[in-house]
Design a protein around this ligand. Structure first.
Ligand code: NAD
Ligand code: ZN
Length: 372
């Protein structure tokens, strides 16, 4: 059935987000409708409002949400009404070479569902009946959303919704970059560039994986304080040093792993330069498509360095989201502390402004308590 929902929409790049009442159509085959309880505000949502991530507006934002299933479409067997689920912005067909070898974030058909559902259409319409695109096949910064089942993961219903929501992007991306992409060995030295929701999770991933030294690099002293609370052993404020990479090298002798969680060529260069011999730089930040990075070619073979990327922490969502929630329940990952502030949907624009101002570890839009 059709449902009316307040939703956070980008109408035009460079303009503040708007809250609109939209219509969310019921689920078609292999889809479910979710009553959203909480949705984190990620820098990628912000990048979609500026055109840095060039998803075409009008676009319903949000890809980091948790909620309750309220309706299931034909053929759905793995979800039922009342299940707690989180969104997953990677679309995976389950059949291509990448999916079958266990790398669903690289699904060869994923690009068919960047800003629509995998069948190429959307369930979202504005007040005048015009279709609205959806961020990453999700569009979950809304009271209701209809998603393909492959973009949903069932989660433990004892975990608070706002914590579960963050697992679907910030936590999976940061922790997964360490666990899955880098496969950091205990005793390693690491640096994390950019201490937002993603970078803080890269830090706690390094802690859990047993890193010896973890250097946090940012330009915001408040973020560097948060980094220490999440387990950073050292901090570098880029405004207080001539060269951040040299500062990291001075502290560590050169790191084994550097995680770039900003999304800018010059920061990737800094991360790469901070490596010691045999080191690996992992690019997590999402840069503008035209952005470029340069590095000294010889350092790749002569120092056996590696430069690699990480998409949603190289996740296998159905396996990794519950695994991460298990670590939280076991007291080995901080999720409560990640939620600095919650906002009602009417204050969504403020939540985006607060992200730009670097006020929050994560700001989360919370909706009224969902009814199963
Ligand atoms: P955020 O805005 O919460 O944090 C970014 C941090 O970077 C801020 O603390 C800011 O002060 C810091 N920063 C800015 N310029 C810097 C510089 N030159 N050097 C050091 N620090 C600097 O963002 P977030 O939500 O944590 O996202 C971080 C990046 O990760 C974004 O590019 C986002 O699009 C990307 N992202 C990637 C994936 C993925 O799958 N690879 C998933 C989610 C987000
Ligand atoms: Zn995100």
């Amino acid at each position: 059935m059709d449902r009316q929902a307040k939703a956070v929409v980008c109408r035009e790049w460079g303009q503040p987000v708007q809250v609109e009442t939209i219509t969310v159509g019921g689920p078609k085959r292999d889809e479910i409708t979710i009553k959203i309880a909480a949705c984190g505000v990620c820098h990628s949502d912000l990048s979609a409002t500026t055109g840095k991530i060039p998803y075409p507006p009008p676009l319903v934002l949000g890809h980091e949400a948790a909620g309750v299933v309220v309706e299931v479409g034909e053929g759905v067997t793995d979800f039922k009404e009342g299940d707690h689920v989180v969104s997953s912005f990677i679309s995976m067909c389950g059949k291509c070479r990448q999916c079958v070898r266990g790398r669903p974030v690289l699904c060869e058909n994923a690009r068919k569902a960047m800003f629509n559902l995998p069948d190429g259409t959307v369930r979202t319409r504005d007040a005048s009946g015009e279709p609205l695109n959806v961020f990453g096949a999700c569009g979950v910064m809304a009271e209701f959303a209809t998603l393909h089942v492959d973009n949903c993961v069932k989660v433990d219903d004892t975990v608070p919704m706002q914590n579960a929501a963050l697992v679907s992007c910030a936590v999976m991306t940061g922790v997964g970059a360490v666990f899955n992409t880098a496969r950091l060995e205990p005793g390693s030295r690491a640096a994390v560039f950019g201490i937002g929701g993603v970078g803080l999770n890269a830090i706690q991933g390094c802690v859990t994986a047993g890193a010896e030294m973890i250097v946090a690099v940012d330009n915001n002293p408040r973020k560097l304080e948060m980094a220490k609370e999440f387990g950073a052993t050292h901090t570098v404020n880029i405004n207080e040093v001539e060269d951040a990479a040299k500062a990291v090298k001075k502290l560590t002798g050169g790191v084994d792993y550097a995680f770039e969680c900003v999304g800018a060529g010059p920061v990737v260069e800094q991360a790469y330069k901070s490596l010691g011999r045999g080191g690996t730089a992992v690019v997590v930040g999402v840069a503008d498509p035209k952005d470029k990075t340069s590095l000294t070619t010889l350092s790749l073979p002569a120092d056996e360095r590696t430069l690699k990327g990480s998409w949603l922490g190289s996740a296998r969502p159905q396996h990794d989201f519950p695994r991460i929630l298990g670590l939280y329940k076991a007291g080995k990952l901080k999720l409560d502390e990640l939620v600095t502030r919650t906002y009602p949907i009417e204050e969504a624009a403020q939540a985006f402004d607060d992200m730009v101002a670097g006020k929050n570890a994560r700001g989360v839009i919370v909706f009224e308590t969902p009814v199963a």
